[in-house]
Design a protein around this ligand. Structure first.
Ligand SMILES: C[S@@+](CC[C@H](N)C(=O)[O-])C[C@H]1O[C@@H](n2cnc3c(N)ncnc32)[C@H](O)[C@@H]1O
Length: 219
């Protein structure tokens, strides 16, 4: 039993990752959100990407529509989670797809929060596959960096002014103390991700040992 939360990238199907493509190719069925109550995919960008990938890479999968009306109501997330649970009665390996990257304003974490509470086995067997964000794509389109040198960048929701935020700390100096980071309460240290000696710690290291270190103080 495996659940893959697959980021599809910003709409250009060629901007999907190989990992995401392989997850789609090897799963038994793909859960695709739709805003249409009649489960139609007529206006669905997500469906278009999956269809294009299936055509170009010659595979076909059962599609499971998930009505997702974007009302931000618990009952809507719960209904989608129930579809996932029911689908595991028929299938072993499922993908749920999301636009852009799952880390940024995605349904994925509303669903995962519920799944974590209601079925720990599915949560523990779930893999989140990251993707290209809409703003990485936008930046590339106009050949302008989001941050360079000593600048930083902020993502702000337009619908509300004062909101809690995640902070990503990058480009530390090796040997520096990290007491200048006034963390809130859920900070992680990521060292040498995908390199030899990768470490993920659920706290802030006191001293930076490697240049390839990220700290993320999660919302
Ligand atoms: C619910 S968020 C999803 C973000 C997505 N997970 C990502 O990684 O970019 C939707 C918002 O992302 C931005 N967005 C997503 N796709 C876009 C696109 N193709 N063109 C412009 N903005 C886009 C818009 O601001 C939109 O309101």
């Amino acid at each position: 039993m495996k659940l893959n939360m697959v980021s599809l990238g910003p709409g250009d199907y060629e901007l999907i990752t190989l990992k995401a493509l392989k997850a789609l190719q090897s799963c038994d069925a793909i859960c695709i959100p739709t805003k249409s109550a009649n489960n139609s995919f007529e206006k669905s960008m997500t469906y278009k990407i999956v269809k294009k990938l299936m055509d170009e890479f010659s595979f076909e999968k059962t599609i499971i529509p998930m009505y997702s009306p974007m009302r931000f109501k618990q009952e809507d997330w719960q209904r989608q989670v129930d579809i996932v649970f029911d689908s595991f009665k028929l299938y072993e390996d499922l993908c749920f797809v999301t636009l852009g990257d799952s880390a940024v304003y995605s349904t994925v974490y509303y669903l995962l929060d519920i799944i974590k509470e209601q079925n720990r086995a599915i949560y523990d067997n779930c893999e989140v596959i990251p993707g290209v964000t809409s703003f990485s794509h936008a930046s590339a389109k106009v050949k302008k960096p989001l941050c360079v040198g000593d600048s930083s960048f902020i993502i702000r929701p337009l619908h509300k002014r004062k909101v809690p935020f995640t902070t990503v700390y990058m480009r530390p100096k090796v040997g520096m103390q990290t007491d200048i980071i006034k963390d809130k309460k859920d900070i992680y240290t990521f060292e040498n991700l995908n390199y030899e000696g990768e470490e993920i710690l659920n706290y802030k290291k006191e001293r930076v040992d490697k240049y390839m270190t990220l700290f993320i103080d999660f919302v």
